[in-house]
Structures are given as C-alpha cells and as structure tokens.
Design a protein around this ligand. Structure first.
Ligand code: IPE
Ligand code: IPE
Ligand code: MG
Length: 251
C-alpha cells in the first residue's frame, strides 16, 4: 500500500466498524411496559423483544463484538404469573428451533448460563442440542442467561468447591479467583467489558455479579422492544472514549 491510499478500517475493512468492545452484556428490560403502553398483553412485548435479539445478534460481528451475553430470565422471574412464565419458556424453545439454521450459518456459537435443573426437559434438550450443534462456530459467541442469578451461580460454585474439598481433591488455600471463575457458569466466557440495561432501571438485578466487577455500565431509557443495532452502535461509539483503570491510576 502506498502512502496516498486511505487507511483501512480498524478491523480491516469490509464495512466493519470495530468499536473495541469485545464483550457486551445486555439486561433486556422493558418488554412488559412496552406492551402495556399499547394496551397489549405482556407476552406480545416478549415476542417483540425476541425479534430484537435476532437483529442485535446479526449486527454484532460487524461492530467488532465477539461476545454477546443476554439476560433472558432471572432466578427471580419465577415470581411472575404462570401464564407469563410458560409463555417465556415456550418463546425460548421457539427461538432455538426457528433460529438454529440461521445461527449455524452465521457462525454463532450459542451457550446458556443459569441453572437448567428446574427447566422443562424439552427446553433443556433444545438448549443442549444447539450448544452442541454450534460448538465449532467462532464468529460470535452468544450466551443466553436463563434461570440465571449471580448469587445462585456463586452458591452453586460454592457447593461444588466444598464437594471437591470434602473429597480431598482441593485444598481450601488453593481457592484463587481463577479457581472460583472456573466453577461459574461462565467458565468459558470472558468477563463483560460493557453491561447495558434498557428501560431506564439502574440496577443489576442479579446479573453477572462476579464477572462485571470492572465492566462499564450504560443505562438507556429505551425499552428493549425499541432497542436496535443503531442504538447499540451509538453506545459502543461513546464507550470507546471511556477510560478504564481497573483500580490503578491514570497512566
Ligand atoms: C424484561 O422485560 C424481560 C424479562 C424479565 C423476561 P420485563 O418483562 O421485565 O418488562 P418490564 O420491566 O415489566 O417493563
Ligand atoms: C431483569 O429484569 C431480568 C431480565 C431482564 C431477564 P427484571 O425486570 O426481572 O428486574 P427487576 O425486577 O426490575 O429488578
Ligand atoms: Mg423488568
């Protein structure tokens, strides 16, 4: 390349804008309010929300996002009506069934975090199946949190560490941060760089408590069914200007 030729885009061109934010985690909130504003049942909002997930998943690789983690159902969401809980569970199953081919073709590796024990057997089968089917994909790592709670995840890690100690396979002093991280559901997933919450609420609601220790947070008033790739791009562009210190001092 000569000096007069334009420089390539940071990611190497091809219409890709790499914002330098490899792992984005999203608390997809506001589906119920979105539906209520229109006088529709909450499940309509959830259905619209699932459509948004598809669009965001498709847009991520072109923005340089290699890891996307989305909060779909918390350990506290069982408190909702049976109708809403069952509706969400069948939405998850439908999403996996309908999107399996597209996700495979687009190079998306799908994983799930959270406690699968209480989930319906058919849904668990679909989750296991899509994880296995997409295990070789590398373009985007999509992690969906279902029956996930940060406290519950840490509790389950503590139970398994205690069992290893009781069996004589682990010494208590050998428990480092890395050992704890390797017992979390996210053992294969890097920590998030940016956590976005839609709908204007400014709390974590039990999402990635350990993993987000040094993540940046962005709260947007947009309800999840109104969120789109352009809104994500705007947040990523702004995030690029933030200084992350990880407890150190300004360099
Ligand atoms: C987020 O939207 C989706 C789930 C928690 C499953 P909500 O259903 O919490 O929507 P709001 O917060 O009631 O508007
Ligand atoms: C957090 O949203 C969980 C998900 C987005 C799946 P909630 O709507 O359940 O959280 P709270 O109740 O407002 O804290
Ligand atoms: Mg909510």
């Amino acid at each position: 390349m000569t000096a007069t030729e334009p420089s390539p885009a940071p990611s190497g061109g091809g219409g890709v804008t790499d914002y330098g934010v490899p792992h984005v985690a999203i608390i997809m909130d506001g589906n119920g309010r979105w539906a209520k504003q229109r006088g529709w049942p909450r499940l309509v909002g959830h259905r619209k929300g699932a459509e948004r997930v598809k669009e965001i998943v498709r847009a991520c690789p072109d923005m340089g996002v290699k890891w996307l983690t989305v909060y779909a159902f918390s350990t506290e969401n069982w408190k909702r009506s049976t109708e809403e809980v069952l509706g969400l569970m069948s939405l998850f199953a439908r999403y996996i069934q309908r999107e399996a081919d597209a996700l495979s073709a687009e190079g998306v590796r799908m994983r799930f975090i959270g406690d699968r024990g209480p989930l319906d057997g058919k849904l668990r089968g679909l989750m296991d199946g899509i994880e296995a089917r997409t295990a070789m994909n590398t373009r985007l790592n999509l992690t969906v949190a279902i029956n996930y709670g940060g406290r519950d995840e840490l509790r389950r890690a503590a139970v398994s560490l205690a069992a290893e100690i009781a069996a004589g396979r682990l010494a208590p002093e050998a428990i480092t941060d890395a050992v704890i991280a390797s017992h979390l559901d996210t053992a294969e997933v890097p920590d998030p760089d940016l956590v976005i919450r839609t709908s204007g609420e400014t709390r974590t609601s039990n999402f990635l408590l350990w993993q987000a220790a040094y993540a940046e947070y962005e709260f947007t008033p947009t309800l999840w069914p109104d969120f789109n790739p352009a809104a994500l791009a705007a947040i990523l562009a702004q995030f690029g200007g933030r200084e992350r210190r990880f407890g150190g001092v300004k360099g």
